[in-house]
Design a protein around this ligand. Structure first.
Ligand code: CA
Length: 253
């Protein structure tokens, strides 16, 4: 049975959600504020499988809770509930470490589908961890066909495992959030081609509204810190001024 930690201060909503989640077979614990949730996850080391985190909370808001969790290397699958679906908030949620978001008010069926999908991704990652890497679909820059679907991508002495979300580069292992991984995967699929910020918003985040697309830059900055030997002079994740980005598996001469 999967354990869900639900962080929501509106008692009515929390009670209703707990009831519905338990009806679906999830053991559900409610925390009424961010501090309590962080205590449960970090200090008591509570054994939860998924976090449903409301953004609007008394004291620490959901963004701050997500940021602290990830800083403490807690990578529990995190579904963020946002009151507004403004693209800026969505991007802020992803930047703080959310794996998915759902704007309020939402349909219960959609919430349950998102929860199932996050748990499936986690299980998939665990399966890959336990299997020998040879069973994963490994792609290298020269395999044009393999670049459409792959679990592991190897380039320039670096390795990204999209099942476990681990990136090995420059002698270190980094843990990616789902969204960092999705962005990187999208750029890798388009290796060598220029990908516009608008395309990234639509294809990776599913956002169609006009928004300040520079918000994507924060993600690129983080990915560069993982991948690039010198993030100030990127060799793999290039900025194409005024347009977007280009991924190169091998630095250009
Ligand atoms: Ca709330």
């Amino acid at each position: 049975m999967n354990d869900i930690l639900l962080v929501e201060d509106e008692e009515h909503l929390a009670r209703g959600l707990k009831f519905n989640l338990e009806a679906e077979g999830y053991r559900t614990t409610v925390a009424g504020d961010g501090e309590t949730a962080l205590d449960m996850l970090l200090k008591q080391r509570g054994d939860f499988d998924l976090l449903v985190l409301d953004v609007m909370l008394p004291g620490k808001d959901g963004f701050a809770v997500a940021t602290e969790l990830r800083k403490a290397s807690n990578y529990i699958p995190l579904l963020m509930l946002t009151a507004r679906s403004r693209p800026q908030d969505v991007l802020k949620g992803f930047a703080s470490g959310a794996d998915d978001y759902l704007p309020k008010p939402f349909d219960l069926a959609i919430l349950l589908a998102r929860i199932r999908s996050l748990l499936r991704r986690r299980d998939w990652g665990r399966t890959l961890l336990n299997d020998p890497p040879a069973e994963a679909r490994v792609a290298e820059p020269k395999d044009a066909d393999a670049l459409r679907e792959f679990d592991v991508y190897v380039f320039d002495d670096k390795q990204v495992d999209f099942g476990t979300l681990e990136l090995r580069a420059n002698g270190k292992v980094f843990r990616l959030t789902l969204m960092e991984a999705e962005l990187l995967r999208h750029l890798i699929r388009n290796s060598g081609r220029i990908v516009s910020r608008k395309n990234i918003l639509e294809e990776v985040w599913g956002l169609h509204e006009d928004t300040d697309t520079r918000a994507i830059d924060n993600f690129i900055v983080r990915l560069r810190r993982y991948i690039e030997k010198d993030p100030a002079h990127p060799q793999h994740l290039l900025t194409v001024r005024g347009v977007g980005y280009r991924f190169l598996a091998k630095p250009e001469g």
